[in-house]
Design a protein around this ligand. Sequence first.
Ligand SMILES: [Zn+2]
Length: 365
Amino acid sequence: MTVKELYEKVVNGVIISDIELQRNIVYDAEKQALVIDSIYNGIPLPAFYLWQREDGILEVLDGKQRIEAIKKFKQCNLLYEGKSWKNYAYDSDLQQVVDNTELTTIICKGTEEKKREIFKRINTLGVPLSKFEVLNGLYHGDYIEGLNDYFAQDANVRKVLPPANVDRGDNKYHLLEYIYYVRKGNVFPKRNELDDYVQQHKDGSFNEEVKKIKPYIGFIRDVFGDTYKIGNVLKFKLAVKYIKDRTIWQQHKDAICKDCNAFIKSEGYKLSPSKEEDIEAMILGIVKDLHVDPKRLFTVDDKEKLLSEQKPNAEGLYECTRCHQHFAVNELTVDHINPWSKGGRTVLSNARLMCRACNSGKGNK
Ligand SMILES: [Zn+2]
């Protein structure tokens, strides 16, 4: 079946993909564009499994997401390389190439029981590879071997990157992301960049990477111990940023773990728009021997109490305590007088009303 034939059968209802057995997973636009890219560049797609009903209608057992991508593209609801289907009409061979590409379709029929069995087998025998398994398959060599040895030999790395999905190598993949972060000047790899990195180092030794990453793994292990509430990405970023202060962080590790866990459970943390910065500020407070309030944000009630202490002007507007201009209630925010990150408490006696401009423009609170 060509792409054009498949598409027409879908539009005419001869092929139906919205059946009960289909999973709810949805490709993002990037993955959908990859389907179009494969078709256009002659990279075969996996086979489409179709089930023929007695009335001749074909139900999709496997391939729903690929069909959705084709449909969206041909109906101009998906861009490929910045252009929609109709933009490709005159200046390119894309429409023709896509339409005429042959797809592998497998049509099965029989009892309902057999249909379910086929569906089950497609999905158990064809489980997608994890990201690490893909890397391991593509670029197996001394580098990946060295990575495996490092995990086998170093208890710290196994403790910091717990083997939740160790069989599929998720923790090893994360370690590679951290190595990339350190090597490339504190940026995490975007799509394909880690693949390229591992490909370049495929036959090289992993020893240099171990030397580079080990101090940070040690820092995380020493400071955060078995605290799993703070995400590994944040712990790693903090390790890179504060590795010079390792000794002092280690001296305060009990307070850091205790306060971080209490803070993460608090109401203020849930409401905070800047969770990572808050945790960092809190830890810096501890390290510098300031004790910060686990409650970070003021509530609506706090704001009402502050408003009730003021007499509004003739237009019903309230005064900003900094610029002394008047504002409507929804333009005023409640702010710490003594900054929270420097030990100021989240209590009314340490609160004041400020307009948004004053609040955001005053630099380090
Ligand atoms: Zn103001």
